[in-house]
Write a protein that binds this ligand. Sequence first.
Ligand SMILES: [Zn+2]
Length: 258
Amino acid sequence: MGGRNDLDLIERVLSSPGELLKAMDAEGIARAALINSVAPEVMGLTDLVNPWIARYVDGHRDRLVPVGGIHPRHSKDIAGDMKRLIDVYRVGAIKLHPPHMELAANAYRTDCPSLAEVYRLAGEAKRPVMIHTGTSIFPGARNVYADPMACDDVAVDFPETTIVLCHAGRPLWYETAFFLLRRHPNVMLDVSGIPPKRLLDVLPRLAEIPDRVLWGTDWPSMGVRSMSQNVEDFLSLPLPDAVRRKILFENAEALFRS
Ligand SMILES: [Zn+2]
């Protein structure tokens, strides 16, 4: 995190939701989805992230959407763990991170059959599954699982489940992500982690898919200096107002329950 000047803020935010809400107020951000995944091998993140995020958003669910995770190779009871995620922790979505989980998004067809239950139960509960697509430079990340094309299987096999292709395959597979979105009605994408000023260079047909794109900043990940700066950069793009509103608010509002 060399060179960033907001480490203090990040530390405060991690220890207290009030600090995050204050930062959001200062930056003009109404609501945020807080993304967590279970990735023991690469990230050291166990399923303790789920009770942690549920506690963090307690009392603030009007503005903070908890997103939790599950790792089917580590879960001993997928149905029980999914039920807990949905009924107890009440997550707004489930995040899978293939390069950090060492797991292909379509691994239920090969070496991890129980992954199918995750997609099926998420669809049943009307919770989207957010799948990280695109490379990761985190030490130990497995980029062989980064190509969004594996999500073609998921969209085919679980038509009742909404799948969000996070980061739209950044930076190598924007065309794949766009193709999957056009092919499958149950696929959306989020634009988090893509420098907003470059959005129309990498996704030139963005205005054709206004109902299927979710805003996201990826803050506090590296290279994202502030949430509001990202929004300002986005607003400088030549996009119709109705498209901007859908991407910034309306689509997320429809997708995430409070
Ligand atoms: Zn991600």
